[in-house]
Ligand binder design. Structure first.
Ligand SMILES: [Zn+2]
Length: 347
C-alpha cells in the first residue's frame, strides 16, 4: 500500500510517498481503506515540528473517511464494507471525562495542555491507502451523504459544533466569526445561524465575502479594516454577544474589543500565534466569558454527519488533489485567499 511518510520533523520536504507492507487490525481495531482525506492546518503543524516529541517515521493525516475492509478481534458493532468517517480524537474510555462522554478532555493525553490527542499525531493517520484505527473512532456515514461532504466533518465540522455548543448561543444574539472562510469558521457561521444568531462574518477578500453571504452571514466585515469599530457600528454601539476566533494572536485585540457586556469569546486555535495580553479590569467590568475548546467528542461527529445528511450544514471544498499530488495540496493550504478545504482523493 502507498502512504505519505514523514522521515523527520521540520518541513514538507521530509514527506515521501513510500510502499508499506500494511498490517492486520489489532484487538479492538478496524482496518480502513481510505477513500478521501483532507489537508488541514493541524497536519501542517505535525509536519513542521510543532510537536517536537513526535516519533518519526510518521504518517500524518488527521481527517479522512473510507470503508472498513477488516475488523479486529472483539469488534462486533462494525462490519467489513461499512463506510465510516474517522473521529480523530483518541481517548482512553476509562478516565473521569471519557466516562462522561467528554472524550475531548481525556486524561490519557499526556500533552493535554499543549497538543490534541489525535490519529495523525500520536498514531499514524490517513494519508495512506490503508490505516488501522480503534473501532470506537470509526463512525458510520449516513446513507445518502456524499463522500466529498462527509470527509469535511471529522475535524472542522465536529470542532465547530463542539465549540458552538460550548458558547451556548441564544436566539437573537449577535455573533462575530473571525476567520469565517477557514475550515472551522465556515461551519461555525452556519451553526450560529441555525441557532438563530445574527452573524457578522469577518472575511479577507471580496470573493470570500460572496461565499460567506451565500452561507447565511447577515453582515460581512473586511479583515483589513477596523473590525471592532465595524462591529460596534452594526450593533448600535453595543458590541457582539459572541465571538468565535480560531485565529489567535492576530485577531485577539479585535475580538476582545468587539465583545458586548456579558459577551462570550471562544477559541479553538492559534493559527497566528499563542500569546495575548489580557486586561483583567476590562474582562470583569464587562462580565465577559472566555472559553477554550478543542476538537470534539464522539457524539459531536455523529451529530454533524446527520446535520450534513439533512442538508442543514455543508462543507466547502476549495480544491481537490490526487493522492500523489500531496505536495501541491500543501502549497494550496498555505495560499492566501483559499476558500474552504483542501481535499485529497486517496482511492
Ligand atoms: Zn479518557
Amino acid at each position: 500500500m502507498k502512504a505519505w511518510k514523514l522521515d523527520k520533523l521540520g518541513s514538507y520536504e521530509h514527506l515521501h510517498m513510500s510502499d508499506e507492507p500494511g498490517s492486520k487490525p489489532g484487538k479492538g481495531e478496524v482496518s480502513i481503506r481510505v477513500s478521501k482525506a483532507c489537508v488541514n492546518p493541524i497536519d501542517r503543524s505535525v509536519i513542521t515540528g510543532r510537536f517536537p516529541w513526535l516519533q518519526t517515521p510518521h504518517v500524518p493525516g488527521a481527517e479522512f473517511i473510507g470503508e472498513i475492509d477488516e475488523t479486529g478481534a472483539g469488534v462486533s458493532h462494525l462490519q467489513a464494507g461499512m463506510k465510516v468517517a474517522v473521529n480523530p480524537r483518541l481517548f482512553c474510555g476509562k478516565c473521569h471525562y471519557c466516562l462522561r462522554g467528554k472524550e475531548s478532555a481525556c486524561l490519557g493525553n499526556e500533552h493535554i495542555d499543549s497538543a490534541p490527542y489525535l490519529i495523525g499525531l500520536q498514531r499514524h493517520g490517513g494519508w495512506s491507502e490503508h490505516v488501522n484505527v480503534p473501532a470506537s473512532n470509526a463512525i458510520p456515514v449516513p446513507d445518502g451523504l456524499a463522500q466529498e461532504q462527509a470527509v469535511m466533518a471529522p475535524v472542522d465540522g465536529a470542532t465547530a459544533w463542539h465549540l458552538v455548543r460550548r458558547l451556548r448561543p441564544e436566539i437573537g444574539e449577535v455573533a462575530v466569526v473571525m476567520g469565517s472562510t477557514g475550515g472551522v469558521g465556515l461551519f461555525a457561521l452556519q451553526l450560529l445561524r441555525m441557532y438563530g444568531c445574527e452573524v457578522i462574518a469577518v472575511a479577507g477578500t471580496q470573493e470570500q465575502e460572496g461565499m460567506v453571504k451565500g452561507l447565511g452571514a447577515d453582515h460581512v466585515v473586511m479583515r483589513s479594516g477596523d473590525i471592532a469599530s465595524a462591529v460596534r457600528k452594526l450593533t448600535g454601539g453595543r458590541g457582539a454577544d459572541l465571538v468565535v476566533d480560531p485565529l489567535g494572536a492576530s485577531t485577539w485585540q479585535s475580538s476582545v474589543s468587539s465583545l458586548a457586556p456579558m459577551g462570550r469569546y471562544a477559541t479553538c486555535g492559534t493559527l497566528t500565534g499563542i500569546k495575548a495580553e489580557i486586561n483583567l479590569l476590562h474582562l470583569y467590568s464587562i462580565q465577559a466569558e472566555f472559553i477554550g475548546s478543542t476538537g470534539a467528542d464522539r457524539g459531536d461527529l455523529d451529530t454533524v454527519l446527520r446535520l450534513m445528511r439533512e442538508g442543514k450544514l455543508k462543507g466547502i471544498a476549495d480544491s481537490t488533489f490526487s493522492f500523489d499530488k500531496l505536495p501541491e495540496a500543501l502549497k494550496r493550504l498555505d495560499e492566501h485567499g483559499r476558500k474552504g478545504k483542501v481535499l485529497l482523493n486517496v482511492a
